[in-house]
Write a protein that binds this ligand. Structure first.
Ligand SMILES: [Mn+2]
Length: 468
């Protein structure tokens, strides 16, 4: 089992408790791990994935564990049940809960029944039980039973100080965490280069998606999220893979493998199905690549990510203006939200144990904060990260151009942003599809570092990888 040394987790838990004490919090911290999630009956479960905050604070990747921390005396206890003879015949011998606790540096253990009693006693004595916003049905049911709360009460009862402390700690990646992400990126590079070799006219998208996932599995990895692999790249989260590739179209491939410890990677490349970028494809590809390079170069400590996003948007509007799609002042077009005619999402997000890191803890608390309210404007409102960057943050930079015929129709009918948008050009190229180029960037004290090995990205390198 892959995990960091026990001391890593003990240090993280101490830091968490220090922050909570600093915020004036008292009582207990309850971090429930995941249980197996059934596909169609109880013993036929989906691949197990541990909750990321549980992973961060104790590293154990087995189901049916829970961690309890005492803010007042610093005690940590791992709760879980050892397997009996009925299980042993099916699974073979497994480490005991005490052995697992030792791997995580947790000094005390108890049964799940004991956890229920401990929590009931704490409640009877009026002690606070802090828990993170729960997102899985099984976890919500367990919390309801343990804490005597109705499901509808759970979200409001989640602990603000615990949520903010967990976000603060998980946001800044250690050297060892960055090494995990780069480990994941080595596999991800192989997946993307495989897809470039396989993307030929006559091949069905699903064959390439299956080949990529199979290669990840051969490395003992899972994908960090379901792949987006589509010749309809303008549909941002298109998970349909049924299309047979023709020549002359672009394929957006957004695919990333996990590291052994469960860290994500998140890479997008855009592939010409016929092996060559032609005409407008080449011009828009270079435009997105230029916007990505400028945005990456702007990543530095203290820089609000909103500025990185607006720079990417402005760079693309300038390029789209030169090609006749846009007009007027590019900066004004971006402020008004007119760029969203071709770029409807944000330029990037935090990444770590989760591909959208800590999204379950609250996107605004992760990505915004004081002085950085989320814009209500279509396009800008989808930006997941706006606040100033700090050394140790890992962020994605993923500008794109998406020509969406339904959006074009709607906005044209409303005469929206007519001073900035040449609708005739968008109508003429309604079948263009989409382009996205995405990489994972570490914020360093000096500026930034692009993580992982090079993955073919310039037009000529992508064409060469397609021909390989
Ligand atoms: Mn991404």
């Amino acid at each position: 089992m892959s995990m960091f040394p026990a001391a890593t987790y003990a240090t993280r838990r101490d830091a968490l408790l220090d922050r909570l004490r600093g915020a004036g919090a008292r009582g207990l911290v309850l971090l429930p791990g995941h249980v197996d999630s059934p596909m169609n009956y109880r013993d036929n479960a989906y691949d197990f994935r541990q909750d990321s905050s549980f992973l961060y604070f104790c590293g154990l990747q087995q189901p049916e564990l829970a961690l309890l921390l005492d803010i007042d005396d610093g005690q940590a206890t791992l709760f879980g049940d050892d397997i009996g003879i009925d299980h042993l015949v099916w699974t073979g011998p497994l480490p005991s809960v005490a052995e697992r606790a030792a791997l995580a540096g947790v000094p005390a253990t108890g049964t799940r029944a004991r956890l229920g009693e401990t929590l009931a006693n704490a409640r009877a004595r009026g002690r606070a039980v802090h828990f993170l916003p729960p997102y899985r049905g099984e976890t919500r049911l367990a919390l309801s039973a343990w804490l005597g709360l109705a499901d509808a009460q759970l979200d409001a009862a989640a602990s603000r100080p615990l949520t903010l402390a967990a976000i603060a700690l998980r946001s800044v990646k250690s050297t060892a965490e960055v090494a995990e992400i780069e480990n994941a990126l080595h596999v991800t590079r192989d997946l993307h280069h495989l897809a470039m070799r396989l993307a030929r006219p006559g091949v069905v998208e699903q064959q390439i998606v299956g080949a990529m996932e199979g290669l990840a599995l051969q490395h003992g990895r899972r994908l960090a999220y379901p792949s987006i692999f589509t010749s309809r790249g303008e549909i941002l989260h298109n998970h349909d893979h049924s299309v047979t590739l023709k020549g002359g179209e672009l394929i957006v491939n957004d695919t990333g493998a996990n590291s052994p410890i469960g860290y994500a990677s998140d890479i997008t490349r855009t592939i010409p199905a016929g092996g060559r970028f032609a005409g407008l494809q080449a011009e828009l590809y270079d435009l997105v690549l230029d916007a990505q390079a400028k945005a990456i170069a702007a990543v530095a400590p203290g820089v609000p990510y909103r500025d990185v996003h607006e720079l990417a948007c402005r760079t693309m509007v300038e390029g789209m203006k030169a090609l006749g799609f846009m007009r007027g002042d590019p900066a004004e077009a971006v402020q008004a939200g007119a760029h969203a005619i071709f770029f409807q999402c944000g330029t990037g997000h935090m990444m770590g144990l989760d591909v959208h890191d800590m999204e379950g803890l609250g996107e605004n608390d992760v990505g915004y904060g004081e002085g950085f309210a989320r814009s209500p404007l279509f396009g800008h409102k989808s930006l997941r990260l706006a606040r100033p960057l700090q050394p140790g943050f890992v962020v994605t930079v993923e500008p794109g151009v998406y020509i969406n015929r339904w959006l074009t129709e709607r906005w044209k009918a409303e005469d929206r942003h007519a001073g900035f948008i040449d609708y005739a050009m968008f109508e003429k190229h309604a079948d263009f599809g989409g382009i996205r180029i995405e990489d994972d960037i570490l914020v360093t004290p000096e500026g930034r570092r692009e993580l992982g090995p090079p993955i073919a990205r310039s037009r000529s390198d992508v064409e060469a990888a397609c021909a390989a």
